[in-house]
Design a protein around this ligand. Structure first.
Ligand code: NAD
Length: 475
C-alpha cells in the first residue's frame, strides 16, 4: 500500500488535488463496515508499533522527550484508543429506532450515524503523535477520509507520522500535509466537512472563522489556565507529588497542566516545602543533566516562559526554586514562584512550561472569584477529603473537565469526554465522544401507511377545522 510522502509545504495545487482525492473517496469510506474500519485502525497500530524505536529517536531529537514517556503518553495512548473503539464501534454504528408520535401514525423513525465526509485534523507539537492519531482514529471509526497537518515545530516526528500514514493507508483515504502557517491557511480555504483543531485559543479563532466560509462543523481542543485548589489537607506531601508530576511531565507543555495553585494561606509554607522536595525527588541532581527531564520545544517558547518569570519577579515575586532559563538549549528548570502580583502576566497567559505560581487564599470564595474572573479553564483540579469543599468548587467553577485529588489523569480515560468550554474549546474527543464529532446523526422517517396527515391538508372545510380543534384539545 506504500505511497510516497508529500513534500513539505507543498504548492496549493498539490493540497487541492489531495483534497479532491479524499473527497472522491468519501462516499466509499462512509459505506465501510465496522469490520473494515477496524482493519484500518489495526493497520495504523501495526505501523506505529513497527516504528516504535524511530518514534523514540524522533521525539528525543525534537524536544528530548524521554523514551519511557513516548511509550506511555504516545504509543500506549494510541493503542488504548484503538482498543476502546474496537470494543464498541459496532454498537455505535447501529441505527437506533425511535418512537413515532400520534401525529406520525403509520411511520417508522430511526437515527442513523453517518460519516461527515472529509475531515481536516490540525495538531500541535506537545504530543506530536497522539494528538494526530487520536482524532484520526475517531475520524476513521466514523467513516471519514482525512487530511492531517502535524506541527512543524516537531519536524522529525511529523515526517515519521507522514511515513506511517503512507504505509498504512491509501493516499485518497488519509493524507499528511506537512508545513507551517501558510500550508495550514491553504488547507483552511478548502470545503472540508469537519475540522478538528488542537492548539492555542488564538489560532482556534482563525480556524473557526475559516470554517464559517464553507461552512462546516468544528471541534476546537484549545488550552488555557487550569487551576489547582487545595483544601487544608492533613499532609501536603501526596498533593505536592501529584502536582509536581503533572507540572513537570513534558516540561509543563501539557494543555491540562496545572497552571497555578491556590493553597490555604496558613499552609503555604508546608506546600512550598513539599513541592520543592517532590520536584527534586522526581528529577534528582541537575535537572539539565537529567535524561528524564524534557526540553522546551523551541527557543521562542523558552524565551516566552522566561519573560513571564522575569515579569513576575520584576513585580516582586519570589523565585523559591529554579528560574535560570538557558535559551540556547531550550532548558527551563523546575521553577516555583510565590508572592505574585495579581497583575503579573504569568497570571494572565497560559504558562505551558515548568513554572508553578503559588497563590495563598484566606477564603475559598476568594479563590473561586479569581478563577471565575478569567476565561473558562480546560481542566480544574481540587484536592480535598471534604465533600462539601469539592462540591463548592465544582458547582461554582465551570471547566472542560475535572480531576478530584489528582491532576491531568482524567485525560487518559477513553470513557470520559475530553474538551473545553468557551476559550478552552468547543466539542469533545476521546472514545465515543471523538467518534460523535466526526459523525452526522441523520434522522430518517419512513411513511409505511398513511395516517391522519392527509386529512389535515387544505382545503380546510368546516369539518376539518373542527377536527383540528378537537385534535389540539386532545393531543
Ligand atoms: P498553535 O495554535 O500555535 O498551533 C497548532 C497548529 O496550528 C499547528 O499545526 C500550527 O502549524 C497551526 N497553525 C498555527 N498558526 C496557524 C494559523 N494562523 N492558521 C492555521 N493554522 C495555524 O499551538 P501549539 O503552539 O502547537 O500548541 C500549544 C497550544 O495548544 C496550547 O495553547 C495548548 O494548551 C494547546 N493544546 C490543547 C490541547 C487540547 O487537547 N485541548 C492539546 C494540546 C495542546
Amino acid at each position: 500500500m506504500t505511497h510516497s510522502v508529500l513534500p513539505i509545504a507543498p504548492e496549493a495545487e498539490v493540497i487541492e488535488k489531495t483534497f479532491a482525492q479524499l473527497k472522491a473517496r468519501a462516499p466509499h469510506q462512509r459505506a465501510l463496515t465496522a469490520k473494515q474500519r477496524i482493519a484500518r485502525l489495526d493497520a495504523l497500530y501495526d505501523e506505529v508499533w513497527k516504528r516504535r524505536d524511530d518514534l523514540k529517536r524522533a521525539m528525543w531529537n525534537d524536544f528530548r522527550k524521554p523514551s519511557e514517556e513516548v511509550d506511555l503518553t504516545e504509543i500506549f495512548v494510541v493503542k488504548s484508543e484503538i482498543k476502546a473503539v474496537k470494543r464498541s464501534l459496532r454498537k455505535w454504528m447501529r441505527p437506533k429506532r425511535l418512537p413515532s408520535g400520534l401525529a406520525h401514525v403509520g411511520s417508522a423513525s430511526w437515527v442513523c450515524p453517518e460519516a461527515k465526509g472529509v475531515a481536516l485534523i490540525i495538531s500541535p507539537w506537545n504530543y506530536p503523535m497522539q494528538l494526530v492519531f487520536r482524532p484520526l482514529i475517531a475520524a476513521l471509526a466514523a467513516g471519514c477520509t482525512a487530511m492531517i497537518k502535524p506541527s512543524e515545530l516537531t519536524g522529525e516526528t511529523a515526517q515519521l507520522v507522514a511515513e506511517i500514514v503512507s504505509v498504512a493507508f491509501n493516499p485518497d483515504e488519509v493524507a499528511v500535509v506537512q508545513g507551517g502557517v501558510e500550508t495550514a491557511t491553504h488547507m483552511l480555504n478548502l470545503p472540508f466537512n469537519h475540522i478538528y483543531f488542537t492548539g492555542s485559543p488564538a489560532v482556534g479563532k482563525i480556524v473557526m472563522e475559516a470554517a464559517a466560509q464553507h461552512p462546516c462543523s468544528v471541534t476546537l481542543e484549545l488550552g488555557g489556565k487550569s487551576p489547582v485548589i487545595i483544601d487544608d489537607m492533613k499532609s501536603m506531601r501526596d498533593v505536592a507529588k501529584k502536582v509536581a508530576w503533572a507540572k513537570l511531565s513534558n516540561a509543563g507543555q501539557i494543555c491540562v497542566a496545572p497552571d497555578y495553585v491556590f493553597v490555604p494561606a496558613n499552609r503555604e509554607a508546608d506546600f512550598v516545602t513539599a513541592i520543592k522536595q517532590e520536584m527534586v525527588d522526581m528529577y534528582p541532581g541537575e535537572a539539565s543533566a537529567n535524561k528524564d527531564y524534557q526540553r522546551i520545544v523551541a527557543p521562542h517558547h523558552a524565551e516566552r516562559i522566561s519573560k513571564l518569570v522575569d515579569d513576575a519577579t520584576a513585580r516582586g515575586a519570589k523565585c523559591v526554586m529554579g528560574g535560570d532559563v538557558d535559551l540556547d538549549s531550550c532548558f527551563v528548570p523546575p521553577t516555583v514562584l510565590t508572592n505574585i502580583d495579581p497583575n503579573a502576566e504569568i497570571l494572565e497567559d497560559e504558562i505551558f512550561g515548568p513554572v508553578l505560581p503559588i497563590i495563598p487564599y484566606a477564603s475559598l470564595d476568594e479563590a473561586i472569584r479569581f478563577v471565575n474572573d478569567r476565561p473558562t479553564p480546560l481542566a480544574l483540579y481540587v484536592f480535598s477529603k471534604r465533600k462539601r469543599f469539592v462540591d463548592s468548587v465544582l458547582s461554582q467553577i465551570q471547566s472542560g473537565g475535572v480531576s478530584i485529588n489528582n491532576c491531568v489523569i482524567h485525560v487518559s480515560s477513553n470513557h470520559l469526554p475530553f474538551g473545553g468550554l468557551g476559550n478552552s474549546g468547543i466539542g469533545s474527543g476521546h472514545g465515543k465522544y471523538g467518534y460523535m464529532e466526526f459523525t452526522h446523526f441523520r434522522g430518517v422517517y419512513e411513511q409505511r401507511f398513511d395516517g391522519a396527515g392527509a386529512l389535515l391538508m387544505p382545503p380546510y372545510t368546516p369539518w376539518k377545522t373542527k377536527l383540528i380543534d378537537r385534535l389540539l384539545r386532545w393531543l
